[in-house]
Design a protein around this ligand. Structure first.
Ligand code: SF4
Length: 254
């Protein structure tokens, strides 16, 4: 996608066209920061830099994506009685590790933050035990509005909400993704069973994806099953972190 804006416009004979959202955001970014003549790949690289300006560019992009999210009316979930607010992803927009869950629950909807209920507390404990500050990873959900009675999001809702998730994937460009539960696994690999797929790498679209159970699933277990599931999730997380270190060894998780 080189010299993106000029190329796209010239293909269409200089006419105004409806550009993909990622391109629109990058064009706004160029305008805001007076960035001239830069290739798409260079711009993405610049966003991921360690300097002050890169930080500002990431902040700009984060705000643009959030604005789109807050304005979103693409599916009926924002009209559900249980819905009070959209829940954006949170964490480091430069992180090589992204965690993706299913959809917000009661506490997430109430506070407008992902993974802050009991399942979220367990997730934070897992990360802390791995010596990872939760703020240094990016945590999001496939669907950003709470479904009624915490039901599984419908395929149409996942499809509608994918425009935000795709922007997060595009701009954060994580090296490794941990999918938590069946919905995010099936986002990348449709018709998969979480029981059969957990713990097995999927390499898709340039992402190393480690599927594991959702922390809420761990909380529903007891006895021997609980011990086994905890061990499995721990095993999946440690492998994912080892992969991040292999691919991006200089990233600091705390
Ligand atoms: S769930 Fe996603 S697509 Fe549906 S209204 Fe909320 S933000 Fe928009």
């Amino acid at each position: 996608m080189e010299n993106f804006a000029n190329k796209i416009i010239s293909i269409f004979g200089g006419r105004e066209i409806d550009l993909p959202q990622n391109i629109k955001i990058l064009m706004d970014l160029k305008k805001e920061y007076g960035i001239e003549e830069i290739y798409y790949s260079e711009l993405i690289k610049r966003i991921h830099g360690k300097d002050e300006q890169s930080l500002k560019l990431r902040e700009f992009i984060k705000n643009q994506v959030r604005k789109l999210l807050y304005e979103c009316r693409e599916c009926p979930l924002h009209l559900a009685d249980c819905h009070t607010q959209k829940v954006p992803g949170e964490g480091e927009w430069n992180s090589p590790l992204m965690l993706i869950g299913e959809a917000p629950g009661f506490e997430e909807d109430r506070l407008g933050r992902p993974f802050v209920g009991r399942a979220g507390e367990l997730l934070t404990v897992i990360l802390n035990k791995l010596n990872i500050d939760r703020k240094k990873v990016y945590i999001t959900n496939v669907v950003k509005c709470r479904p009624p009675k915490n039901r599984t999001p419908l395929a149409s809702e996942v499809r509608a909400c994918s425009k935000i998730l795709e922007l997060e994937l595009e701009f954060i460009s994580p090296k490794v993704i941990i999918t938590l539960g069946s919905v995010p696994l099936n986002y990348f690999k449709p018709k998969s069973s979480i029981v059969q797929s957990r713990g097995q790498w999927i390499y898709e679209r340039g992402f190393w994806i480690m599927p594991t159970f959702h922390p809420a699933y761990i909380l529903r277990q007891g006895g021997e099953t609980l011990k086994r599931v905890k061990w499995q999730v721990w095993h999946d997380f440690t492998r994912a972190i080892a992969k991040v270190k292999e691919l991006n060894g200089d990233y600091k998780f705390n």
